[in-house]
Design a protein around this ligand. Sequence first.
Ligand code: SF4
Length: 97
Amino acid sequence: MRVVTPEPWMAEAKCVGRDPNLYETKKIRVNKRVPGSLRQQAYYLCRGCPVMAECADYALRWKQTGVVHAGVPLGLAGENAQQYAELDSIRKKGKPR
Ligand code: SF4
C-alpha cells in the first residue's frame, strides 16, 4: 500500500510497520524471500488483512500504480485496467466503511 493521505482504517492494516519496499510491484519480482509468482507473492503479502476492501477502495480513489493493494500487484500508469476491475470487485464484496 502507498499512503497519499492517511485514513483511520489504516491503523488496522496488516502492512503497518512493515517495509514499504515489500509492496512495490517491481521489487516483488526480485524479492527472493517470498516464494512463488508475482500474483502469489502479492496475495501472500495481503492475505488475512482485515481492511482489504478499504485498501482496494483507496487504491481506486487515488489511482495507485506500481504497488500492491488488497493483494493485487499494480503496474505502471495505463497498464491497470484489469487490476482496477479486480480491486473494484474486492471493494464491492467487502463493503468498505
Ligand atoms: S490489503 Fe495489503 S496493502 Fe492493503 S492495507 Fe492490507 S496488507 Fe496493506
